[in-house]
Design a protein around this ligand. Structure first.
Ligand code: DX5
Ligand code: ZN
Length: 228
């Protein structure tokens, strides 16, 4: 039994797990398979130990698919790069609560200066209470279920109570339209646990791009997480 009335379920394949030799084809594969949006992981080699790709890949995806682009900035200084990622065609930009900038000001900027959706992200070691003051400024909340930096890691179940705490806090603040997303080690089984705890958006890299039939996996994940 779900604890909360779920917002609309969304399934987001993460391009980090795609074949980097065929990023346009892989983006189309996700769109044709029924993805609600494409998740793009931007890593600076400083906030996280890995480096992934930059605004040019976001521009490529914008030209290639019609589904929204959900851009997850794992950057120490996202404030320096917001214009580049907004201009590249991001539909949502997510920044981390742990970033080295005025996070509240940057969330306002994403919405007011660039006119796109804003998301706040917390790492597995960050308490959900840290972001209570900015919940009214965002369209979505991302709770990392692995330490960010790499695909293919194991799901960390300590995210589950955080999802419930955040869903409760949204209700307490009378905020009805904010999505809660999970990212890292998501497959059918872990997505179901997260849905029961309060998540409605599911990012999956390895589980979806690693499938021969991505469409079947997206359908299965949507059905599993919607019919609680
Ligand atoms: C991790 C990234 C994730 C990653 C998820 O730092 O934020 O989006 O692509 O990959 P999987 O689903 O393989 O854990
Ligand atoms: Zn991500």
């Amino acid at each position: 039994m779900a604890y909360f009335t779920a917002m609309q379920t969304q399934i987001l394949p993460s391009l980090l797990a795609a074949d980097f030799g065929n990023l346009a084809e892989e983006s189309k594969r996700a769109e044709y398979a029924g993805a609600d949006a494409l998740h793009l992981d931007i890593m600076d080699g400083h906030f996280v130990p890995n480096i992934s790709f930059g605004p040019d890949v976001v521009s490529m995806a914008k030209k290639t698919v019609k589904i929204p682009l959900n851009v997850h900035l794992m950057l120490s200084r996202p404030d320096l790069y917001l214009p580049a990622f907004a201009d590249a065609g991001s539909d949502t930009i997510l920044i981390h609560a742990e970033a080295e900038c005025d996070v509240e000001a940057e969330l306002i900027r994403i919405k007011e200066e660039f006119g796109i959706r804003a998301g706040i992200t917390i790492n597995p070691g960050t308490a959900p209470e840290i972001i209570f003051p900015v919940l009214k400024l965002v369209d979505e909340i991302l709770c990392m279920s692995v330490n960010p930096g790499y695909g293919g890691q194991s799901f960390m179940p300590n995210v589950l109570p955080k999802l419930t705490i955040l869903r409760q806090e949204l209700k307490k603040q009378s905020i009805s339209s904010v999505d809660i997303m999970v990212d890292g080690g998501i497959n059918n089984k872990t997505a179901l646990e997260c849905a029961k705890a309060g998540a409605n958006m599911f990012v999956a890299g390895t589980w979806l791009f690693g499938a021969d039939d991505m469409s079947a996996r997206i359908t299965e994940m949507r059905d599993t997480t919607s019919n609680l």
